[in-house]
Design a binder for this molecule. Sequence first.
Ligand code: UDP
Length: 309
Amino acid sequence: MSPDRWSFRGSHPCARLLSEGHDVICLDNLFTGRKANIYNLMDYKNFEFIRHDITQPILLEVEQIYHLACPASPVHYQFNPVKTVKTNVMGTINALGIAKRVKARFFLASTSEVYGDPKEHPQSEGYWGNVNPIGIRSCYDEGKRMAETLTMDYHRSNAVDTRIVRIFNTFGPNMHPQDGRVVSNFIVQALQGKDITVYGEGEQTRSFCYVSDLVEGFVAMMNQDEHVGPVNLGNPDERTILELADMIIGKVGQGKIVKEPLPKDDPARRKPDISLAKKVLGWEPKVSLDEGLDKAIEYFRKRVEAGDF
Ligand code: UDP
């Protein structure tokens, strides 16, 4: 089962599990997800959708729970920060409660945001992070840190079989054109002939992983039987935001960079150390940024041409 939002990250694992013949129940409150992302899944007899907000309790009989609930774009998670905290705390307690009751294996989609504005580079799982507890990103960063704490406590105190992955920046088809994150913003701006909004000087870095690689990591983590601690999933190919802008402008064939103020607490550098994922999951990303951007541009071009955003 996949009690998640069918945001772009939720729709991909659903598709993958259905294609392997699993029964999938997808939970989403449709705050940032959209039904169109799963229209193609509705044809599967083994797929069920429940419109439900995981901050409210629910009981389901399932063997596995992928808990992906929570908007991941700063624009969306800052829109209603208290709701973001509730989703990460109450939502995670509710999801873990189901796992405990029906003895399901529980998977938490955590985030590189637990490292905050990191003082260690690249970030490995042993690093405890540098997080502002009272800033505008805290609802998400601290929310996910608490979700990890809850997951470990249910594991230690209630013997729930848990898996935690820390997801670094991800992109790909099914992202909403108004998602607000950098890859979708730049591509949609370029396609529309608008200015490319680089925040700050654009010297900050991120490492972008294509969504199909991420989903392979999810499934590998869920299906390995060892209880290993949190595992980073991301592409270690670190780029500055200016580099990303230049790549997208080059591929789309238009776009002019404009500088806008850097949001508060914006991490300066981010790059995953994926040695643990390689060792315990035999996982590493296969899709290059170049190839992934081509696929993402193709997807967003269709949305923009259809006026669907
Ligand atoms: N960013 C930018 N222009 C945009 C959106 C984001 O320059 O239109 C920058 C943002 O300041 C950050 C980086 O791109 O440094 C990644 O931002 P995103 O919101 O995608 O993810 P996160 O900050 O959570 O890693």
